[in-house]
Design a protein around this ligand. Structure first.
Ligand code: ADP
Ligand code: MG
Length: 661
């Protein structure tokens, strides 16, 4: 129902509501109070002088207003309460004076100072509150006065039973939830405190139910999507795995098995491969790419940046070098001629595996029989890009790889509709990276370690935040940092510098010099993807570490520790931050992401933009996590129910929900 139908709401008001994204009765009724003020008139007798009191009093002298300066005034007047006369002071309420009359009963909210016999009010109700009253407090809507908003909500509440209750009856009963209309009424016009809680329970449950229903419903649809049943010569896979210079971890084996099962089933693969940096996802993906090739189909592998794409191309080609599989590389920066050449062989089916960036999405690129798609760090691709890729293939299986360990709750929101393979175990023989927080003034110790490492022919990464204009601290600038390092090492150690302002070819040169060991130290900003896999690097130094989120620091740290030597990470900062200690304690990305979540809350997580999906009106993922888990179970059971599709309620939910966001 539209807002226009509400009584007494003018066009201006409607405009303001629209501007705040409130278009319907539902929008306004789900504009919930963020807190409640509880007014319970008491007497002045109170031992604690600092508590906020609510008292009723009669005006005996309307007093006067004194202006301290513009926009700052004090209104003082006298009241009588319980046989006492007191002076009341309130700031910036000069405008209520005209409505004050001797003999008027009002309610004062504030603090009483018994010694001075004064009452400092922070609020005054001109119509006395005679019994306990709970007043909902709303975030202001731009352009609307508070009482206008209250009036609109009051009007809208008359239509409350037109809103749909998404919760199936069995769950309403199971948890003794209020009906939707009563919950809405009680959340906006509560009769007492305990019922507010009940109303919240219902509305939180419903919001989470809708959220989970969307995810699980989409998942159930995907599970029904037909895929190609591929026949995979398992013996060849086995002998391929035997050629590897290491043995797979249990998690890797399980992930490969999951993937092979998907590929050879009639159902389309829709799988997330989640594992910390260095956990060995590449070999899992490569094995599955190999299997898809053996089954007679083409594959595509899409990475978010050219550097990452190149790295994957090199390692996958290397892993498959004993086979006769044709792996190709395609990125935007290649010449038109090169791209055309590749396009032709992709179309002819000469290319078995194409690795690249979103250049693969180019509409002029046709595959002969694309049937398997892998994407790396998929949250960096838009949904559109992913579906474009999917459309390039014929019922393609999809594998999404991610090294971003996101907290459980968010994993559910972002990846909730996928099957998941998790690699938790690190490859054998890998030593934990030792992490230390170091004050900037103690940098010498670190430089000493650097020198030792370089003598052992090891290499060092140095990361500093972006070059800033008004840097109050010279260490922030990578160029200045290089000067300092040169000075400290008497220009004896070759150092490379990498930052966002370099040309592409310059960047590649700097990277390559480091990779082949021509430079021993690489100083870079984080603008640049430090995506190279340099096995020889054993020290990571991060300046102004407190500027970064824990997850980012953890990912940067993952650039070292890629061999069997002991690696170190030094977090340089001026003041010790509690947060950073988490990194000293743990190398487990999942644990770290949970901690990061605790420290930073729901804000911005590892640059994953909060999608519309993740903004809740009353639920709070962190606080309500236990409820979410219950809801998840309920929804899964509900959707799985034998003849659920015949149920009217189920159909209604599906019809009413908007699955586009
Ligand atoms: P990820 O992509 O998960 O960050 P990679 O697949 O790049 O990690 O693997 C990191 C390094 O570990 C690579 O050099 C790889 O060859 C090596 N590696 C992978 N699996 C194992 C294993 N089971 N045992 C030893 N080394 C491994
Ligand atoms: Mg990798």
């Amino acid at each position: 129902m539209n807002l226009q139908n509400l009584k007494g709401i003018g066009e201006k008001t409607i405009e303001h509501l629209y501007a705040s994204n409130i278009y319907t009765i539902e929008d306004i009724l789900t504009y919930y109070p963020y807190k409640y003020q509880i007014l319970e008139p008491t007497t002045l007798e109170t031992s604690e002088s600092n508590t906020v009191l609510t008292i009723n009093a009669t005006v005996v002298d309307t007093g006067k207003v004194s202006f301290i300066r513009k926009n700052f005034n004090t209104y003082r007047f006298k009241v009588e309460t319980h046989g006492k006369i007191l002076t009341v002071a309130i700031f910036n309420r000069a405008f209520i004076k005209p409505r004050m009359t001797v003999g008027r009963m009002i309610t004062l909210i504030g603090k009483y100072d018994a010694k001075k016999n004064t009452f400092t009010a922070n609020d005054i109700k001109l119509n006395a509150v005679t019994e306990t009253k709970i007043i909902p407090i709303y975030h202001a809507i731009k352009g609307l006065k508070n009482n206008t908003l209250e009036k609109i909500i009051k009007e809208a509440l008359k239509e409350k039973d037109t809103l749909y209750d998404y919760v199936p009856e069995e769950f309403n009963q199971k948890y003794h939830l209020l009906s939707k209309d009563i919950a809405l009424e009680e959340i906006h016009e509560p009769k007492d405190v305990s019922i507010v809680k009940k109303a919240e329970q219902k509305l939180i449950y419903e919001e989470l139910f809708v959220f989970m229903f969307k995810i699980q419903y989409l998942k159930s649809l995907k599970e029904q999507e037909a895929g190609i049943k591929k026949s995979i010569p398992i013996e060849k896979i086995r002998s391929f795995l035997k050629t590897l210079p290491f043995s797979l971890t249990k998690d890797q084996q399980k992930a490969i098995k999951d993937g092979l099962t998907d590929l050879s089933s009639t159902k389309r693969m829709n799988r997330l491969l989640l594992g910390d940096v260095g956990s060995g996802k590449t070999i899992v993906a490569t094995t599955l790419l190999y299997a898809n090739t053996l089954a007679g189909y083409q594959s595509a592998f899409m990475a978010p940046t050219e550097i990452l794409a190149l790295q994957h191309y090199e390692s996958i080609r290397n892993l498959l070098k004993e086979t006769n599989i044709h792996v190709e590389y395609l990125v935007g920066s290649m010449s038109k001629k090169e791209k055309e050449k590749i396009a032709i062989s992709v179309q002819k089916g000469d290319v078995d595996i194409l690795i690249g960036t979103h250049a693969i999405l180019n509409e002029k690129l046709y595959f002969k029989n694309l049937a398997f798609i892998v994407t790396d760090e998929q949250h960096r691709f838009g949904v559109n890009q992913r579906s474009m890729l999917k459309e390039k293939g014929f019922l393609p299986d999809m594998l999404f790889m991610s090294a971003t360990p996101i907290p459980r709750t968010y994993a559910l929101t972002i990846y909730g509709d996928m099957d998941t393979s998790l690699i938790k175990e690190k490859p054998n023989g890998r030593k934990e990276i030792i992490t230390k927080i170091v004050k900037e003034k103690d940098l010498k110790e670190v430089l000493f370690k650097v020198l030792e490492a370089i003598k052992q022919n090891e290499q060092v990464y140095v990361v500093a935040p972006m070059i800033e204009e008004n840097a109050e601290n010279s260490l922030k600038d990578v160029n200045l940092l290089k000067e300092k390092f040169d000075l400290a090492f008497h220009n004896k150690i070759p150092i490379g510098v990498l930052h966002g302002k370099l040309k592409k070819s310059e960047k590649e040169e700097v990277m390559n010099d480091f990779k082949i060991g021509r430079t021993k130290i690489l100083i870079s900003t984080t603008v640049v993807e430090v995506g190279v896999d340099v096995k020889n690097a054993t020290i990571m130094i991060i300046f102004n570490a407190d500027r970064f989120g824990l997850a980012t620091l953890h990912q940067l740290r993952g650039r070292v520790g890629r061999n069997d030597k002991q690696s170190y990470c030094y977090l340089i900062c001026n003041e010790e931050k509690e947060r950073l200690k988490v990194l000293e304690e743990s190398n487990d990305g999942f644990y770290i992401s949970e901690k990061d979540f605790e420290f930073r809350g729901e804000g911005d997580l590892f640059g994953i933009k909060q999608s519309g999906d993740m903004t809740f009106k009353i639920a709070n993922l962190k606080r309500d996590y236990p409820i979410l888990m219950k809801v998840k179970e309920d929804v899964i059971n509900y959707i799985k129910k034998e003849d659920y599709k015949k149920e009217k309620k189920y159909q209604e939910i599906v019809d009413k929900l908007d699955f586009t966001d």
